[in-house]
Design a binder for this molecule. Structure first.
Ligand code: CCH
Length: 299
């Protein structure tokens, strides 16, 4: 696999642009999945953040708790050790960046490099020194469940129905792995390209490419839905189907299927909000201004 060695140069503390470039340089991995680690990096950033609870102000992207068994061993996080391992050479080259910053930045770089929007990212996350502040397991969504479960999980983080649907569009990317989640297969025919494909697939109304009919897959695994109209078996989780079945979610699915710009804008906002959950910045943090003008308001 390609590593950051291709671009060997000394790392200056706070040079997030250099980190960004090195992350971009390792995304293509011909032997991995569909040829890119971009999707699993997006999932790493999401699972690092998605444990947040607004009421107790616990969990979230601060801490990088997945380094510890308490959080990393949550069955919901199965497979993300691959994402973390791919990022290890970047951490070695830029030892001053925290894991919590690196994982969220990697998700942002992956979205952009796969053709998605610019997501605002600010540094300043710290890493836990032990596992005592790891959030309890069970805070991430279970794909086998339905709309009420999605609301329970995402309202806890402080998101609304529109934001839930906008975030779900990330499922245009990547795939399920039977040895990780138990589910199997990709949602779209272009799993390494950020796009509106997910909404076009799941929506039973025009502007779907065809009028997709989703059937229960007959197999030994957990309930999931399948469609082969595009010549390849694509999948939806029960939680994905819930978005089109629920009367408050489904108008947003249709909106994003039709309006690429609205999806890109809304995704950029909601992903930026996601990766800020639980972040408490240390006032003495002084590296931010070297990153970009947008990030320059960080202390
Ligand atoms: Fe997801 N997701 N996700 N997801 N997810 C899975 C894979 C990806 C749910 C379940 C699963 C979001 C929301 C949800 C990605 C991004 C996001 C898998 C397969 C399951 C199951 C894991 C495996 O087997 O490897 C459920 C339920 C929800 C509820 O809302 C959100 C939000 C995001 C990001 C914004 C990405 C990307 C993947 C592909 C990962 C890969 O390895 O290819």
């Amino acid at each position: 696999p390609k590593t950051q060695k291709d671009a060997a140069s000394p790392s200056r503390k706070g040079d997030f642009e250099a980190v960004r470039k090195d992350i971009a340089s390792i995304l293509d991995q011909p032997d991995y999945d569909d040829g890119s680690i971009g999707p699993v990096l997006v999932r790493l950033a999401w699972h690092a953040s998605g444990t947040y609870c607004a009421e107790t102000k616990t969990g979230g992207s601060n801490g990088a708790g997945m380094r510890y068994e308490a959080e990393g061993g949550d069955p919901a996080n199965a497979g993300l050790e691959h994402a973390r391992r791919f990022l290890e050479p970047i951490k070695e080259k830029h030892p001053w960046i925290t894991y919590a910053d690196l994982w969220t930045l990697a998700g942002v770089v992956a979205v952009k490099e796969m053709g998605g929007p610019d997501v605002k990212w600010k540094p300043g996350r710290t890493d836990f020194v032990d596992d005592s502040k790891c959030p309890p397991r069970g805070r991430l969504p279970d794909g086998a469940l339905a709309a009420d479960h999605l609301r329970h999980i995402f309202y806890r983080m402080g998101f609304n129905d529109q934001e839930i649907v906008a975030l779900a569009g990330a499922h245009s990317l990547g795939r399920c792995h039977s040895d990780r989640s138990g589910f199997e297969g990709p949602w779209s025919v272009t799993p390494t390209k950020f796009s509106t494909q997910y909404y076009k697939m799941v929506s039973p109304e025009p502007p779907s490419l065809t009028k997709f009919k989703w059937e229960k897959k007959v197999w030994e695994g957990p309930v999931q839905f399948k469609n082969e109209d595009l010549g390849e078996e694509l999948m939806m989780l029960p939680t994905d189907m819930a978005l089109i079945e629920d009367p408050k979610f489904s108008p947003w699915v249709k909106k994003y299927a039709e309006d690429r710009e609205a999806f890109y804008d809304d995704f950029a906002k909601v992903f930026a909000k996601l990766i800020e959950l639980g972040v408490e910045r240390n006032d003495s943090y002084d590296s931010a201004p070297t990153f970009s003008k947008e990030a320059g308001d960080a202390k």
